[in-house]
Design a protein around this ligand. Sequence first.
Ligand code: S3P
Length: 171
Amino acid sequence: MNNLLLCGFMGCGKTTVGKRLSKTLSMEYIDLDAEIESEAGLPIPELFRLYGEPYFRDLEHEALSKLSHRISCVVSTGGGAMTFQRNRMAVSPEDLVIFLDASFPVCYQRIQGSDRPLLRTNTLEEFQALYENRRAAYEQAASLVVNADASPQQVEAAVLEALQAAGFPHK
Ligand code: S3P
């Protein structure tokens, strides 16, 4: 077992739960979006606005590909990362991907005031369709699926339980 990657829609709790898990498991924490921002020197909304989504996706792919040089990290991916085949294929077979599966109303309620570009540039209907369309990709990417509607403490506990059942860290 190498890195633990968290995937799922915006607002599913990847960052909050990821930070908690890294402390509990004494593993380094990596926020893929933060890596992209520091590499580019710009916040994500600016990257989308100035250079467009495809440019951001290329940076995201580069950041994800660099994870193969890292070990024993908890990684929060951005909500779109695991929806691209090239990114799913860039994940090492030694890494474990966990899908934090929160319902759409819960995700939406958690992020509604934020400046996430895809939230700001889509109608609510389009945003919900994005959520529905991405589920299959998250399921395909992940070997563990954990319901993520509850509090961060409860979701973290559910992830730890699922990891234990999967034999972590001796997998
Ligand atoms: C995105 C999700 C964001 C960020 C970018 C694109 C997406 O990350 O990577 O705005 O395509 O779902 P979070 O899931 O952490 O909000």
